[in-house]
Write a protein that binds this ligand. Structure first.
Ligand code: LMR
Length: 394
């Protein structure tokens, strides 16, 4: 049987992680996988996470099963964090999932159960695992333009034009904030136009929000998803705690299905629980418990928010410093977009050959589409990267 298996393509981002680890050069720079690093290159355990783990260790008296939806305290706290008061809690069905990827996978399966013929529209480009999972599930898929390659800013006209081609009942996957891989984001006015189009063409939004707090702040980053959830008849939301709580390996995410018709909440909730049961039964609890402990304790929450804000400000500072250094070296404003973009990523606009040259000649690792992780930089590596970018003719 196993001889029938085909080779699978390596995930480009994860393959890059492995290649970086194997590179013996001392001066190598990792701008690949989307993991936050501080100025010393470490991915720290956040202070509030450590404190919450200590509290859990002291107070937890059982590791018996929770419910299929996960701990209700986690669900409530996350619905509140992502949606605020945009939607009544009674309209939200929510289950804990293994990470944001688990939420995306379960969300797509829910769509497949409810609307088997629906085409899933993805931004071009998007996080490579989006099309990979859609394809794996055998769902119809289409792309909408997202980026002007030359500037690189959002190609809003192209996006709207392409979405006009969607049929009623199709699903549009949108990045709630900090678009991965481009770093270019819709303005709230543009979101309002997208929402009007979704309503007019009867399309269902599926919002992936994996970087809340990394762009313009916890509340501002949630503004678009809240607008969507409060204005369209139905939407699906996948949220991740990997980045904003720094608990990558704990696999902590949440999937929400929202309907303005509150009579549907019970059925949606039962279907989400059913999907959890089919795929892995109970979702992982440790990360979810950390998050709920932090969000339900005023002091821990304040400390978490303060540290998250330090991280966000640090990334903004790195963006500005890199844009300024490139302006100095190139005598042009063509890298100004780096300071305008938000979140962990930007795409440089380099060719695959130039990206390969950065790796081979300078030990600088970024994804082949020239996505770089801003958080992989520090004051010492910014001039090194900027010089290498110019040297490679980018
Ligand atoms: C990324 O885009 O680098 C992260 O979301 C990590 C991943 O799983 O790909």
């Amino acid at each position: 049987m196993l001889t029938n298996l085909k080779d699978q393509p390596a995930d480009k981002i994860l393959a890059l992680m492995a290649a970086y680890r194997e590179d013996p050069r001392d001066n190598k720079i990792d701008l690949g996988v989307g993991v936050y690093k501080d100025a010393t290159g470490k991915t720290p355990v956040m202070r509030a996470v450590k404190a919450a783990e200590k509290k859990i260790w002291e107070e937890q008296d059982s590791k018996s099963y929770t419910g299929l939806a996960g701990d209700p305290a986690y669900g409530d706290a996350m619905v509140d964090l992502v949606l605020g008061s945009a939607v009544a809690r009674g309209n939200v069905a929510a289950v804990a999932t293994p990470g944001g990827t688990g939420a995306i996978r379960q969300g797509l399966e829910l769509i497949k159960m409810a609307a088997p013929g629906a085409t899933v529209w993805l931004s071009a480009p998007t996080w490579p695992n989006h099309p990979s999972i859609v394809k794996y599930l055998g769902m119809p898929m289409a792309e909408y333009r997202y980026l002007n390659d030359d500037t690189p800013t959002v190609n809003f006209d192209g996006m709207m034009e392409d979405l006009q081609g969607a049929k009623a009942g199709d699903v549009v996957l949108l990045h709630g904030c900090c678009h991965n891989p481009t770093g270019a984001n819709l303005t709230l006015a543009q979101w309002a136009e997208v929402i009007a189009l979704l309503q007019e063409r009867e399309l269902t939004p599926f919002v992936d929000i994996a970087y809340q707090g990394f762009g313009d702040g916890l509340e501002d980053d949630a503004a678009a998803v809240r607008m969507v959830a409060s204005e369209v008849p139905e939407c699906i939301i996948a949220a991740s705690c990997s980045k904003n709580f720094g608990i990558y390996r704990e696999r902590t995410g949440i999937l929400m299905a929202i309907s303005q018709d509150d009579a549907l909440q019970g059925r949606a909730q039962a279907n989400l629980a059913f999907l959890n049961r089919q795929n892995y039964s109970f979702p992982p609890d440790h990360g979810a418990r950390i998050v709920a402990t932090i969000l339900n304790d005023a002091d821990l929450k304040a400390d978490w928010m303060a540290e998250l804000e330090e991280i966000r400000q640090g990334m903004l500072g790195l963006r500005e410093a890199l844009a300024a250094e490139l302006k100095r070296l190139s005598n042009s404003d063509r890298f100004e977009f780096l300071a305008q973009h938000r979140g962990m990523f930007s795409r440089l606009g380099a060719t695959p050959e130039q990206v390969e040259k950065l790796r081979a000649d300078h030990g600088i690792y970024m994804v082949g589409d020239s996505r770089l992780n801003i958080a992989g930089l520090n004051a010492q590596t910014i001039p090194v990267l900027a010089k290498a970018i110019i040297d490679c003719g980018i």
